[in-house]
Write a protein that binds this ligand. Structure first.
Ligand code: ADP
Ligand code: MG
Length: 618
């Protein structure tokens, strides 16, 4: 029998290889934009026609190419960015495989114009089916312009696989955003079918983010920044109230390369924790810079996954950086600023730093800077203000007394239970008045380090929100049966709405029964709701709920929880007795997130004694 193996002709091999790199117009856009950035351009223009199917052109003012380089650039594995295997571990450019231009030349008609600063004239190349079909000198500015026309003109099967123009355009815009966000110091524009879609002036990262994602983020970004010798993180997260119902405005970059990482996303989501509704997504654009030897970017050109040398440390680092940023935003100094128990048990974190592992893995240098330097503020937070749970001694009544200071006030340094109470009343006995209400709206509570000013309505809103959230999934709120059940007659639309909410309302202590004809009977209401108020309460709930209902980012249930919390919270202007204030504080600091309401309003401000002393020149 005859032998059957044969080598593929070059053009077929090229087309197959090209298919790996250039899957759709957006992949070519990404490669060309990255090449422009790698060439040091400060001005990059992307022009597309027909969602990139007819034309994709990138014009840059980068360093350009010599005549020989211009021809070489389209060969497979031709690159100026690495020359040996070690270079792979210190990559500073976006490209390095030398595959993009070769792939583009295999599947589109290409016109290249390029000129270096030092050359008088530039060169123009026309390429089709991987071959140069025309070459001539050309007058052009310094930089490079690459136009690729009729993508997949010679691979009809692939061309037929392309999606509709709006879908392909969406992919292109995504890539454009990912590259332009990472380089705010570079001007980028995008023109589609002659219309300018983006025009991004050079600026700061914050400006770039608002240029891209919309100016409504302008006042709503919280800066994230942590540095170690080994790894830096910087960028922005959106304030809790900007969280959206759809995932979307979430960007991670590692060494300026956009990546997708469910793992790191989880780290950020964990930092937001109770501050946002469970089914909503916060905005973030976070940049992690670390030694290129710690990441394996050599996965696949079109894949956005990335491998880290020590993923868990990076997880912890990202999460604590975001928590730290959030904590500062909520004006709470040390809100839950500790490593997860799970992460603390990791060898890298829990094991002492021995000579043995010092000499070994590179990851230990990561470990070192992370644990020693970056953990400094964990340590700080522990010696100063502890976790809120400690603050209220896990809600034990004995410790509450320390806060309100009515009984058995500890002297400085005295401990209660296992732990040094965080917010014990005073240092010594100097301040007899430990807690008071101001303007029937604010509570003043002294702490070990200063004092807190607490907005009572916001505090109560937070308490109720957490209580209702717990009730909706677990033990229902006890209802008190009405002795004389009232009936409520509703407008038809309201009745439909109420009907939908019935199961959740039931769980929250409102026992409502449909009675036909848009009528409901209130059989019971939450035990702490004043009787006789049921009808009014239900009407108010619906009213407030409707206020939220245009807000698409939350689920029905989430809206209901927020509605009830807002509606049932004690209002500012309500005078509170000693006991009520005490209870409020106790409940507040038993909350998971005492510092902000579910809707993102601050609950309290802390004034530190040392800062006050500074103000008064003491
Ligand atoms: P890679 O970017 O991986 O090196 P490419 O195929 O994308 O591979 O590009 C090949 C080479 O062509 C690059 O290494 C670079 O030297 C040169 N090149 C590509 N685009 C440009 C550009 N816009 N300006 C200057 N040089 C470029
Ligand atoms: Mg490239």
């Amino acid at each position: 029998m005859a032998d059957i193996i044969q080598l593929l002709p070059d053009n077929i091999a090229n087309q197959i290889a090209a298919g790996e790199v250039i899957q759709r117009p957006a992949s070519a856009v990404k490669e060309l934009l990255e090449n422009a950035v790698d060439a040091g351009a400060t001005n990059v223009q992307l022009i597309i026609n027909d969602a990139g199917k007819a034309l994709i052109q990138v014009v840059d003012n980068g360093k350009g190419m010599s005549e020989t380089d211009a021809r070489m650039a389209f060969e497979r594995h031709a690159t100026s960015k690495i020359s040996n295997i070690e270079d792979l571990f210190r990559i500073k450019t976006m490209g390095f495989r030398g595959e993009a231009l070769a792939s583009i030349a295999a599947v589109a008609q290409v016109i290249l114009k390029t000129k270096r600063e030092e050359d008088e004239t530039g060169i123009q190349l026309e390429i089709e089916n991987s071959a140069v079909i025309r070459q001539e000198p050309v007058a052009c500015p310094t930089g490079t312009s690459i136009a690729m026309k009729n993508l997949f003109f010679n691979v009809p099967a692939r061309r037929n696989f392309l999606k509709s123009n709006p879908a392909e355009l969406r992919h292109i815009v995504d890539e454009f955003i990912r590259v332009s966000m990472a380089f705010p110091e570079v001007f980028f524009s995008l023109t589609s079918n002659g219309q300018q879609v983006f025009c991004l002036e050079k600026g700061t990262l914050k400006q770039r983010i608002t240029q891209i994602l919309g100016s409504n983020y302008a006042a709503k970004l919280v800066a994230v920044q942590e540095e170690t010798d080994y790894m830096n993180i910087y960028g922005f997260v959106g304030k809790p109230e900007t969280a959206k119902k759809t995932r979307g405005d979430q960007y991670f970059f590692v060494n300026n390369r956009f990546i997708k990482s469910a793992y790191l996303n989880h780290a950020v989501m964990g930092a937001f924790n109770e501050m946002i509704a469970k089914d909503s997504f916060p905005m973030y654009a976070l940049f992690i810079d670390l030694d290129p030897s710690q990441v394996d970017i050599n996965v696949h050109p079109t894949k956005q996954e990335i491998k880290f040398e020590d993923e868990k440390i990076i997880y912890a680092f990202v999460q604590s950086a975001v928590k730290h940023a959030m904590a500062q935003f909520s004006i709470t100094p040390t809100l839950d600023f500790e490593l997860d128990a799970g992460i603390q048990q990791l060898d890298a974190v829990s094991k002492p730093f021995t000579e043995e592992n010092k000499s070994g893995a590179v990851s230990s240098s990561l470990y070192k800077t992370f644990t020693q330097k970056n953990q400094a503020h964990f340590v700080e937070s522990k010696s100063g203000l502890k976790h809120w749970k400690d603050l209220m001694g896990s809600g034990e009544a004995a410790n509450t007394n320390n806060l309100v200071g009515k009984t058995s006030m500890p002297t400085a340094g005295e401990t209660i239970g296992q732990q040094q109470p965080l917010y014990h009343a005073t240092q010594g006995n100097r301040v007899p008045e430990l807690l008071m209400q101001l303007h029937n709206s604010y509570l003043l509570a002294t702490t070990a380090n200063g004092y807190l000013l607490i907005q009572q309505q916001n505090a109560h809103e937070r308490i109720l929100y957490e209580r209702f959230s717990a009730a909706i999934e677990g033990k229902p709120i006890t209802a008190q049966r009405s002795l004389f059940p009232v009936t409520i007659q509703m407008a038809a639309a309201d009745a439909v709405l109420l009907q939908e909410l019935l199961p959740d309302l039931n769980q929250l202590g409102f026992q409502l029964e449909p009675f036909g004809n848009n009528t409901f009977v209130v059989q019971g209401s939450p035990a702490d709701l004043a009787t006789g108020n049921e009808k009014y309460a239900v009407e108010k709930i619906l009213e407030q709920y409707k206020h939220f209902s245009t807000d698409l980012k939350f689920s029905k249930r989430e809206k209901l929880l927020r509605t009830l919390a807002i509606q049932q919270a004690i209002k500012a202007g309500t005078s509170l007795g000693e006991k009520e204030m005490q209870q409020l504080l106790e409940d507040l600091f038993a909350c998971k997130v005492p510092a902000v309401t579910a809707n993102g309003k601050p609950v309290f401000i802390e004034y530190k004694k040392e800062e006050l002393d500074k103000i008064f020149g003491r």
